[in-house]
Ligand binder design. Sequence first.
Ligand SMILES: Nc1nc2c(c(=O)[nH]1)N[C@H]1C(S)=C(S)[C@@H](COP(=O)(O)O)O[C@H]1N2
Ligand SMILES: [Mo]
Length: 326
Amino acid sequence: MNRQYKNIPIQSSEITPESLYLSRREWLKKAGLVGAGALLAACGIAPTTSPTASPTPENDQTFTSTSTNKASDELGAQLTDFDAITGFVNYYEFSTDKQAVAKLAEKFTITLWQIEVGGMVHKPKTYGIEDLLRKFPRQERIYRMRCVEGWSMVIPWLGFPLASLLKEVEPMSSARYVRFETILRPEEMPGQNSPFFDWPYVEGLRLDEAMHDLTIVCTGLYGKDLPAQNGAPVRLVVPWKYGFKSPKSLVKIDLVEQQPATFWSVSAPHEYGFYSNVNPEKSHPRWSQATERRIGETGRRPTLMFNGYADQVAYLYKDMDLNIYY
Ligand SMILES: Nc1nc2c(c(=O)[nH]1)N[C@H]1C(S)=C(S)[C@@H](COP(=O)(O)O)O[C@H]1N2
Ligand SMILES: [Mo]
């Protein structure tokens, strides 16, 4: 909690107001209003579901979303509850038990963090988190996160395009891929004592994927700094790929010539490829990827090609057979 960069301002105009983040019940409490009718009348919030549908306990747990505010993604889906985003996480360095991670990550040290950007660049540079926040103003990006395991969330991240950072270090023309390395600290991360994986967790993108505006360096969510369990102090988010292509706790970014090895493709090569674009038509060897469970919803919804970002990213793969390059 005692982060040195806690007081770096973010542009408030870019952040969704807190009222839009709170559950209807919480909002009512804060606003001192007494009933849902009063809430709707008082601030003109229109429910995304049919206005005649009566609220249920399940609805009450979800977050308010309207067509006129930013508290939904561009497909109109509501933000996932903060408690779910921070309480149900994949972070194998701590545990393979999603609900055990938050507690285990409580004392993770994130002060004096540095991130080294180098490899095939003209101006290699090491940034403290404070430098990053000062240099690259963070914006809110509401993205869908689709885990390869078949669940998904809608998360209001705070971050800035990775492209801004890469441009500053000036990639050489021979650079074709970007390699991401995360922290190795087994004394604070019990999962790193597991011999079943090759630590540290590493990932990679093709340079054009890395330069795409959707690809962000992420330092926060829900208008605040990242919680440790979500990858504090700095992670990557690549929304059209399965969640594991969004590495947490980044310490190193290298421009390279050859396609880099990645944590999951090393650990299970016939199950995970380098690209790992969300693709409902390409099954995982052990299960279908056609549908997903949106956390907070009942039932399943169809998974969309490139996680619904096809209009923005399909061109990156236009000459590729996605059954081979999965
Ligand atoms: N360093 C690291 N990054 C990681 C992981 C991990 O185990 N270690 N898990 C990945 C997986 S499988 C997913 S689905 C996302 C989940 O991000 P979230 O918990 O913030 O939603 O983080 C990814 N980044
Ligand atoms: Mo995942």
